[in-house]
Design a protein around this ligand. Structure first.
Ligand code: FES
Ligand code: FE
Length: 435
């Protein structure tokens, strides 16, 4: 029986424009809210499932989740990538369990039904009978296809909502940020470098969505790392943002950046490269000079800035990795981290970028461990449910409304977090109307 919780979600986000922006504690802790989110946010948005380079040949597959619904994305013999519910049409077992791999066909582990790479049922067993049934067996239709699958520059997203707007318009202004990330490649392409690194944290999924574009926390949560950077310098992979700078200079550099938020709930934060001269005359100067010639000064500044972004609700691009997070329960989240290579860049450049994943952005890097510790502390703090509200309005009046209806703000303005919550409120209010 499905539950229709009695929740006035409209009251969970309270905004007095330019003055106050509050979110109710239960938005992170209430199991009924979580149930509504799975249905009305995850099943009605575009969810990232992989990059085309992860499907090199027929039979290459990845498993993923849309909220809690298991799906499989797979390349067929004609070279087409398809997305299906990862559920046998017989009695429901998931067909594939690994995060990714290559198969000749999809064979159900329960009673052995077989589905080809295009999802069609193929039930003839080795004995020549239809999967152990008699000759009058009625062959079922194949696997159920996920209603929508679209790609933006190789990034694959699915949606369970057949009527959702096209992916490109859903991404909106965020496309320029994705473009900047990919245009760091001399050939405009990235390639996923490895299988995902998987970790979990104790806390609600929205903590990751908020934090990945939270320029405000960096100097505080990662203070110890900042001191190390100031002492030992930084790698090429950080575009010289912190090269040879004191903590104070690094703080000032950070506050030259900006945050930006999108109506759809996406967000972005960036700090410009400290000194383009350092890039153009440095070890990879030739690559950077060619990028500058090809894209022009304004785009070059975007390409070489240190930027992080989120696609609402659960995908982010940070440094040289794609990150996807999956809600397990109201207070547990799984994070998949995919480092990628910049195609066409010198090996030494990719090596430097990948080393900085290990140092800071990877599951055991300084940054990730700092952040997951903070998520656990927030989760613990939210148990003090007598405190009704969380505050998201620091520096709110410094946000600038853009022509497209998005907002830009200072790095500390929390504009991306407010964007997330505005989108959340809109979708959850529609949910209560349908309930
Ligand atoms: Fe898949 Fe029976 S559940 S074959
Ligand atoms: Fe962090």
């Amino acid at each position: 029986m499905s539950r229709t919780p009695e929740i006035d979600v409209g009251d969970y986000v309270r905004e007095i424009p330019g003055q106050q922006f509050l979110v109710r504690t239960e938005a992170y802790t209430d199991e009924d809210v979580f149930e509504l989110e799975m249905k009305h946010i995850f099943e009605r948005t575009w969810i990232y499932v992989g990059h085309e380079t992860e499907f090199p040949s027929a039979g290459s597959f990845k498993t993923a989740y849309v909220g809690r619904q298991p799906i499989v994305v797979i390349r067929d013999k004609e070279g087409k990538i398809g997305a299906f519910f990862n559920r046998c049409v017989h009695r429901g077992a998931t067909l594939l369990r690994e995060h990714q791999g290559t198969v000749q066909e999809m064979r159900c582990p329960y009673h052995g039904w077989i589905f080809d790479l295009a999802g069609r049922t193929r039930l003839v067993s080795e004995r020549g009978d239809p999967g152990g049934y008699g000759a009058n067996f009625i062959e079922p239709e194949g696997l159920l296809r996920v209603p929508r699958l679209e790609s933006y520059r190789g990034l694959l997203f699915v949606s369970l909502d057949a009527d959702i707007q096209p992916l490109a318009s859903y991404l909106g202004e965020l496309k320029t940020v994705i473009d900047a990330k990919l245009d760091l490649s001399p050939v405009g392409r990235i390639a996923i470098a490895s299988k995902p690194y998987v970790c979990r944290y104790r806390g609600n999924w929205k903590l990751q969505t908020e934090n990945i574009v939270d320029a405000y926390h960096f100097m505080h949560t990662h203070g110890a790392f900042v001191k190390l950077q100031a002492k030992y310098g930084d790698s090429t992979g950080d575009f010289g943002v912190h090269k040879g700078r004191s903590s104070r200079e690094m703080r000032e550099q950070r506050f030259r950046g900006e945050t930006w938020s999108c109506r759809q709930g996406h967000g972005f934060a960036r700090v410009p490269a400290a000194d383009p001269g350092y890039l153009l005359d440095g070890e990879f100067g030739r690559m950077y000079r060619e990028l500058l010639d090809r894209h022009g000064e304004a785009a070059f500044a975007g390409i070489t800035s240190k930027a992080t972004s989120t696609v609402f609700p659960s995908m982010g691009m940070i440094h040289q990795q794609i990150r996807v997070w999956r809600p397990i329960s109201v207070d547990e989240t799984e994070v998949l981290i995919y480092p990628y290579e910049i195609e066409g860049a010198p090996d030494a450049f990719n090596a430097g970028m990948l080393r900085s994943q290990e140092r800071f952005y990877g599951p055991s890097g300084f940054g990730m461990t700092d952040d997951t510790e903070i998520f656990a502390r927030v989760t613990q703090g939210l148990r003090a449910s007598s405190v009704e509200w969380l505050v998201f309005d620091r520096g709110m009046d410094s946000d600038e409304r853009t022509e497209s209806g998005d907002y830009r703000g200072l790095p500390s303005s929390e504009a991306p977090q407010r964007a997330l919550w505005r989108a959340w409120k809109k979708m959850m209010q529609q949910a209560s109307k349908h309930a």
